[in-house]
Design a protein around this ligand. Structure first.
Ligand code: SAM
Length: 216
């Protein structure tokens, strides 16, 4: 039922953890988590009424009406501190994910793991994690409908360093190549303005392209 993007999110959920699926939409991630037996508790949240109703319907049809607690509300506001160990936020923009995290510091602080899959603005997420003392303990890539997504797992208390799933992903070179293409489009737009061409950002984008090309 879930695609490889959501499967990659699910793979990062620690066994036995109490999980919040924020912005659950259809509820598929929560349903697969319940099926897998990975989570000790699942709370699926939605800000909007129609997806919330869809989640309730799908969860009930899958037979997990009792096992999955569905809550309507904004971000982490519908949780209390200490209620979950793992917070999954997938399929939203990086800026929105940051806002959801910033708006509920006590809930975030009480969690042990964040699993984040931004649709864009991944740098914003990495910066937020660093600023807020979260350590990225694993990363993966997943391709769905031709788009490669980045999935990040971060923890408060890192264990011994290990190799990231992403580094051995068969998608890695393709992901770098797609990123080069995207950055080239940015450079080409910037090139139209002499001021933009002379900016630090232009040089930074060019440097990132050069680095990625060496890795492709
Ligand atoms: C594109 S869907 C992603 C659904 C699912 N998480 C996935 O990865 O496929 C984003 C969902 O987040 C919900 N959403 C947007 N802002 C939210 C917020 N502040 N709090 C909770 N849910 C939110 C939307 O209603 C929508 O159902």
């Amino acid at each position: 039922m879930i695609d490889s993007r959501m499967q990659a999110v699910m793979n990062f959920v620690s066994f036995g953890s109490r999980v919040a699926d924020i912005g659950a939409d259809h509820g598929y991630l929560s349903i697969e988590l319940a099926k897998s037996g990975r989570a000790a508790k699942i709370i699926a949240t939605e800000k909007n009424i129609y997806p919330c109703e869809a989640a309730l319907k799908n969860i009930s049809a899958a037979g997990f009406g009792e096992a999955i607690d569905v809550r309507l509300g904004d971000g982490l506001q519908v949780l209390t501190a200490g209620e979950v160990d793992t917070i999954c936020i997938a399929g939203m923009g990086g800026a929105l994910i940051r806002k959801i995290l910033d708006d509920a510091p006590e809930v975030v602080q009480s969690a042990r793991q964040l699993i984040l899959q931004p649709m864009n603005g991944v740098k914003k997420i990495r910066a937020w994690l660093a600023e807020n003392d979260w350590t990225i303990d694993d990363e993966d890539l997943a391709e769905s409908a031709g788009i490669i997504y980045e999935i990040i797992s971060a923890v408060k208390v890192p264990s011994a360093p290990k190799s990231f799933k992403r580094d051995s992903s068969p998608l890695l070179k393709k992901f770098f190549a797609q990123r080069v293409e995207k950055l080239q489009r940015v450079l080409s737009e910037m090139s139209k303005s002499p001021a933009a061409r002379a900016s630090d950002k232009f040089a930074a984008v060019q440097a990132e392209i050069d680095t990625l090309r060496r890795l492709c």
